[in-house]
Design a protein around this ligand. Structure first.
Ligand code: COA
Ligand code: MG
Length: 275
């Protein structure tokens, strides 16, 4: 699956937003049928999404669909729609995932890869097991829902979610999956988005959910391998091709050994997978 730095959430009930998303610079377009769409508009969202998937040029990048949670009255209709379509999304995003609901969704959605949203305390506790299920390709943090459920259990002043983020990142990585950070709702504060993105990328998230097109540029810059690092890594790999370097050696004033080389290789590979 394509490496995703920016995932743009687009309410599926709005043709205007869908038109805009089709030509956006986001690595992935996630068409939302859940929180971004009112109860009366769920049917419209499914129809417009089907139209979008038909019209979309496959080279424009992956399209994901965020369905409604398995416990809602909408999920059956969501799953039936996705299963019927000739042009399927590259992945389905499952909100409010638990181990049980992820198993249900996997059973109900024929063969589609799933991204599980970790957005409750239970979900976080089960994250390593959810991430290990077949066809789960990644975890995404539902930070706002997580804060809401934590507030309901007394943590109404909670704002430091770093510890939860770390656990999601490692749960995903331990299963060989990537993880995506939650969105920043304040789409008019570019500096805050940059600071948050930088911290989340340094913690280990592969990418971040965006809710507005003006967030994509910053997120694409802050996630993924840093260009300066990739260029250094390419030089290092060339140097290794040329010379006979075993064990530790010196390269541009730094010590290089096997793990340093492995990390450089991984970054160059990822940089090549970013569209
Ligand atoms: N996807 C695609 N296009 C979007 C967009 C999105 N998420 N958000 C805004 N746009 C487009 C608008 O259509 C507008 O383009 P246009 O003038 O050519 O039509 C342009 O970007 C500027 O939009 P702006 O006027 O600044 O925003 P708005 O007031 O129309 O909408 C929100 C603001 C928050 C309602 C909207 O960005 C949104 O719905 N975001 C996604 C919400 C979501 O998915 N939530 C659930 C997931 S966490
Ligand atoms: Mg939600």
């Amino acid at each position: 699956m394509t490496y995703a730095r920016s995932v743009l959430s687009v309410p599926g009930s709005s043709q205007r937003f869908l038109d805009k998303a089709g030509s956006s610079a986001a690595d992935v377009v996630m068409i939302d049928w859940e929180d971004g769409v009112g109860n009366d508009d769920k049917g419209t969202a499914r129809e417009l999404t089907n139209g979008f998937l038909h019209a979309q040029d496959p080279s424009a990048g992956p399209v994901w669909v965020r369905v409604n949670a398995t416990y809602t009255e909408h999920f059956d209709h969501d799953a039936a729609a996705v299963n019927q379509w000739a042009n399927r999304p590259s992945a389905v995003v499952l909100p409010m995932a638990t181990l049980e609901s992820a198993k249900t969704a996997l059973a109900r959605l024929d063969g589609v890869p799933l991204v599980a949203m970790i957005e409750t305390a239970v979900s976080l506790e089960q994250a390593p097991h959810i991430a290990s299920l077949d066809r789960i390709v990644g975890l995404m943090f539902g930070e706002y829902d997580f804060l809401a459920t934590m507030a309901a259990s007394g943590a109404s002043r909670m704002s430091d979610t770093g510890w939860a983020k770390s656990r999601i990142i490692n749960a995903a990585a331990a299963a060989g999956r990537w993880s995506i950070a939650g969105p920043n709702a304040d789409f008019s504060d570019a500096a805050a988005l940059q600071e948050q993105s930088r911290r989340e990328a340094s913690l280990g998230f592969a990418g971040k959910l965006c809710i507005h097109p003006n967030q994509i540029g910053t997120v694409n810059e802050e996630f993924g391998p840093a260009p300066e690092y990739v260029s250094w890594a390419k030089d290092l790999l060339e140097e290794i091709e040329r010379g006979n370097h075993g064990g530790a050696f010196r390269f541009r004033g730094q010590m290089v050994d096997a793990p340093v080389i492995d990390r450089a290789r991984a970054a160059v590979r990822l940089a090549g997978a970013t569209r």
